[in-house]
Design a protein around this ligand. Structure first.
Ligand code: GCU
Length: 334
């Protein structure tokens, strides 16, 4: 009997320690936070969750990335500050938010630089895109991948039918000197307002309009208060996913192979986001049309006029990047 009890105890101890081992085997060694200012169902936020799931799978659950959408961790400017000192581990930024701090990136968001999505991706997927992912100071953050954010157009509480209709309008822009200068060239007054506050600014008539891509115009409900869209597609602003230098240090201390995994998963998330983006743009266009938005398409002449008006930005913001602009333009057909 004593022998039986002893065996029972040993089996119990072995059983419990195995379970514990297995439990601790599944426990994350590091929990990291990822910030996005878009809603949960938006393509970039979906891509963030896709990235987190891939990283979890590839590290056997050792790295857990928690995604906070909807600007829960702050607006883009404050997220940028937090990433820089390591308070947030990953974030997705519109280059519009970054160019005041990283002026080198201005060249990637010049007006009418890319002919279309395919041209932009030929650039970002090439050595040009790879080099720009490397421009961040190693002690602040690391660029991981690019995401699509479509083309941006103007929308307003008033009808815009030609470039001259923008004159004198108060237009909300991202917190960016480059974009403010574009508005000045168009004869509009630029007001830099955080993304989260644009809806209320439109509703309270503090501004006449704003500019953004179709999925943002829809998901932030701007279309409900500014129903006239002028599809001038004045620029495509790529978006970038970054990781804080502090998070990189912690991850490398755990396992040197983890950074390679993170980079691969980020590239996979970029490909996933492009598919999501295309669907979101198509769905947004039909929802907006059904909701009574008045969408005006500029004539070729008007588009050409917009391009000419904004052309001085090339010299103002990219003094010595002429060679890169030439390389980007070469990729129109490559
Ligand atoms: C896009 C972009 C956001 C950005 C916003 C803006 O929606 O995805 O990251 O904040 O433009 O206009 O501020």
């Amino acid at each position: 009997m004593r022998r039986f009890l002893l065996l029972l105890c040993i089996s119990l101890i072995l059983f419990t320690s195995c379970t514990k081992k297995e439990e601790s085997g599944n426990e994350p060694l590091l929990i990291l936070r990822y910030a996005d200012n878009q809603p949960e169902y938006y393509p970039t936020t979906k891509a963030a969750r896709y990235f987190a799931a891939l990283v979890k799978e590839r590290t056997n659950g050792k790295l857990l990335i928690e995604v906070y959408g909807n600007g829960k961790l702050g607006d883009e400017k404050s997220t940028l500050a937090q990433i820089t000192f390591g308070g947030i581990d990953f974030s997705r930024f519109s280059l519009g938010t970054l160019t005041d701090d990283y002026p080198e990136l201005s060249v990637l968001q010049l007006p009418y630089l890319y002919d279309d999505t395919a041209h932009m991706w030929r650039v970002l997927d090439s050595e040009i895109g790879n080099e720009y992912l490397e421009i961040f100071p190693p002690d602040s953050m690391v660029g991981l991948c690019w995401l699509d954010a479509g083309a941006r157009s103007f929308y307003s509480t008033r009808q815009i039918s030609s470039p001259s209709d923008l004159q004198g309008l108060d237009i909300r822009v991202q917190e960016s000197e480059l974009i403010s200068s574009m508005m000045t060239l168009l004869g509009a007054n630029a007001l830099q307002i955080a993304y989260e506050n644009v809806y209320s600014a439109l509703k309270q008539n503090l501004i006449d309009g704003a500019e953004n891509n179709l999925p943002s115009y829809l998901s932030m409900q701007h279309y409900q208060v500014a129903k006239y869209m002028y599809m001038d597609e004045h620029f495509r602003i790529p978006e970038v996913v970054v990781m804080s230098a502090e998070a990189k240090r912690k991850v490398e201390a755990l396992d040197p192979s983890y950074m390679g995994i993170i980079k691969e998963c980020a590239k996979a998330a970029s490909r996933y986001e492009r598919e999501q983006w295309q669907k979101a743009e198509e769905e947004a266009l039909s929802t907006l049309t059904e909701s009574g938005c008045i969408i005006t398409y500029p004539s070729l002449e008007d588009k050409e006029q917009m391009r000419e008006i904004m052309n001085p930005i090339y010299d103002l913001y990219t003094g010595h990047d002429k060679a890169i602009i030439a390389q980007i333009l070469l990729k129109r057909t490559q």
